[in-house]
Design a protein around this ligand. Structure first.
Ligand code: WT7
Length: 645
């Protein structure tokens, strides 16, 4: 193994940073040796509590249970808004940058308070109570953040559904957690195109009889259908509502939100996060990982439909009284310079994005970057998938002018906040490594038998003890939580990722070891795509795997076996692509469909995906042991039928 280059903490960075190498070492040791005392101090430092907790931490990984700050009471919206008003009422909370470069606005903490209170009152008037679920299906506009915070203010549990999901996917999510209210917009705008959100919502709601209120933000003014009684214009409703709304005092373990994410089997799971621990970890990581200082302008390019948007556009930054930039558009519209134009326009210090965006921008060459100043930048971040060293180097050298540290943050919807990450004033960087654990995180590598691997080595990445923003349950199905995360390796939380630990103790994520795809940082179960494909009457069977893709990280490769007598055609391919888009959304669009006369199965009927992955990746030399296949000749047929793709 060749030694990878190491980038030390830039000169002068440690001196001004919240955490330097010595502080990291000391605090990390303390967080592991005395977790209760450590986390109590942090909970006091970062959050404002109505009532102090009784017990800092209790967990049992055999039952998948975790409780943090039990008995403590607080309100998330109060912590993200009200407590900042005295000092920061007139400071900007959210900078909104619209899809068109001429379209932007700024919202101060006082304006945020006003907007959130009004919407909270609208929800209360429509009967929403503490514990009720509210679905949010929104474009990237400030009202999306208002909606989340309005729910938090009254103790309602939000379930944000990414605006790129189809009506079918929206319907499933509304029904799964029984949302009675939906907050949406007439249309979204991204990259110069409109997305018919209200129209999609109408189609979803046709199958959701219990949903009684649909609040609609006017984003474009495009034509929409209207159901009297159910549909309410956001603008009219908030104008009529009071601008003050007392926050509900919530137990630290009361649910804050549900967010659906894909696993290797079945339908997406409703990952449930609670109040105190989640807010603590997101606030703390936001401050230390991004080395956030008062007044810094911080931009995370994620969508609020994903956990990154929850934790690092809305909750973490606002809990810290930060200035958070929210971008409606896409990195390449109207030009490949857009991100850097926005950085220059608003004077952004901290920029956090996904490897897929970096690779796409890298593909457009250096010129769109070097034509901009970017002098304001001091830190870069990446999240969502392993970053290849070439993309890391480009990001570092071209975007950051070899000045800005890059924090490669490994975490998951289920972990709520960063888990493995550099701290920029403390950690020397190695391109492609998420480096070291955050405070309180105890990663381990397990071999196939579940034994811990010591020192350098590779294995299944698991976590040994609870952390504050840990998933608490799968909504409505706690057994599924236990089965998915706490059964493969009893006593540990299993991440689903493989990783390597090097001689310096640095972690290198090698990707999912289960049947979960990561396409442009979007997580998807192969089973979900397969279910969509087999809905077509001409399809007998389908198997989906990921394959290496230059920009997306992974592409979607589908093997499809047709019913006997059916003939493959390009038209049929298009229909199948359409099925996936309709059932899941445009993110699930297959890249390659291969007509397969048969699929490689064991005698017990299990599909051998290992072989399918190798064929998809054109790695035909070592297909491994095929002797357990019911019909080994299927493999040759598969290789031959690659022409049919
Ligand atoms: C999966 C979680 C965490 C927010 C965005 C994705 C992969 C995430 C990294 C990283 C290597 C990464 C893992 C993980 N992943 N960040 N820095 N390096 N891989 O959240 O949709 O829940 O996906 O994304 O495979 O398990 P998610």
């Amino acid at each position: 193994m060749s030694a990878s280059p190491t980038y030390p903490v830039p000169e002068g960075f440690a001196e001004q940073a919240h955490i330097d190498a010595a502080a990291y070492e000391a605090l990390y040791q303390r967080s592991i040796a005395e977790p209760e005392a450590f986390w109590a101090e942090q909970a006091d430092a970062f959050l404002t509590w109505d009532t102090r907790w009784d017990k800092v931490r209790e967990f049992d990984f055999h039952k998948g249970s975790a409780r943090w700050f039990a008995g403590g009471k607080l309100n998330v919206a109060y912590n993200c808004i009200d407590r900042h008003l005295a000092r920061r009422g007139d400071q900007v909370a959210i900078i909104w940058e619209g899809d068109e470069p001429t379209d932007d606005r700024s919202i101060t903490y006082r304006e945020l308070h006003d907007a959130v209170c009004r919407l909270a009152n609208v929800l209360r008037e429509r009967g929403v109570k503490k514990g009720d679920r509210v679905c949010i299906y929104m474009p990237m506009i400030p009202e999306a953040a208002y909606a989340m915070l309005a729910c938090a203010r009254i103790g309602a549990v939000h379930s944000v559904v990414f605006g790129g999901f189809s009506p079918e996917a929206l319907k499933d999510r509304i029904l799964d957690c029984d949302c009675q209210v939906l907050i949406t917009a007439d249309e979204g705008v991204r990259g110069g195109k409109t997305i018919p959100l209200k129209h999609n919502a109408d189609r979803a709601l046709a199958a959701c009889p219990d949903l009684h209120t649909c609040v609609v933000v006017k984003r474009t003014g495009g034509a929409v259908e209207w159901q009297e009684g159910r549909d309410v214009w956001y603008g009219e409703a908030v104008a009529a509502a009071a601008a003050d709304c007392a926050p509900e005092s919530m137990d630290a373990e009361d649910p804050l939100f549900i967010l659906y994410t894909s696993g290797s089997t079945g339908k997406p799971k409703g990952v449930l996060h609670t109040t105190g621990g989640y807010l603590l970890q997101t606030a703390m990581t936001h401050k230390y990982v991004f080395d956030y200082h008062d007044g810094d302008i911080y931009w995370c390019t994620a969508d609020v439909g994903w956990v990154t948007g929850h934790s690092y556009i809305v909750y973490g930054p606002l809990a810290n009284g930060a200035i958070t930039l929210m971008f409606e558009g896409v990195p390449t519209y109207p030009t490949a310079s857009r991100c850097w134009d926005v950085v220059d326009k608003h004077g952004v210090q901290i920029f956090y994005t996904a490897p897929t965006a970096i690779r796409a921008l890298m593909g457009a060459g250096d010129e769109p970057v070097t034509g901009t100043s970017r002098q304001s930048l001091k830190l870069l971040g990446t999240v969502g998938e392993p970053i290849n060293p070439e993309a890391w180097e480009w990001y570092y050298r071209v975007v950051g002018d070899s000045r800005c540290p890059i924090v490669d943050t490994w975490w998951q919807t289920e972990t709520g906040g960063h888990m493995l990450t550099p701290l920029p004033g403390a950690t020397a960087l190695k391109p492609g490594s998420a480096t070291l654990p955050f405070f309180g995180v105890e990663p381990v590598l397990l071999d196939a038998d579940g034994a811990e691997i010591e020192g350098p080595g590779s294995g299944n990445l698991a976590i040994k003890a609870s952390w504050p923003s840990q998933i608490r349950t799968v909504y409505g199905d706690h057994q599924r939580l236990v089965d998915t995360y706490f059964s493969a390796f009893p006593g540990y939380y299993f991440t689903g990722d493989g990783a390597r630990r090097d001689e310096d103790g640095y972690y290198w994520i090698t990707g999912r070891v289960d049947d979960v795809l990561n396409v442009s940082g979007h997580r998807m179960g192969t089973a979900e795509v397969e279910s969509a494909l087999v809905l077509h009457e001409k399809v007998a069977e389908a198997a989906v795997v990921g394959y290496p893709h230059d920009i997306k990280g992974q592409g979607i490769y589908c093997y499809v076996t047709l019913m006997s007598g059916e003939t493959p055609s390009d038209e049929l391919k298009q229909e199948l692509v359409g099925m996936c888009v309709r059932e899941i959304g445009p993110i699930a669009k297959p890249d390659i469909i291969q007509w397969a006369p048969g699929l490689p199965k064991t005698r017990s009927g299990k599909i051998m995906r290992r072989i399918l992955r190798k064929v998809a990746a054109n790695e035909l030399e070592n297909l491994g042991d095929t002797s357990t296949l019911a019909d080994p000749s299927v493999v040759d047929q598969l290789i031959d039928s690659r022409a049919n793709r």
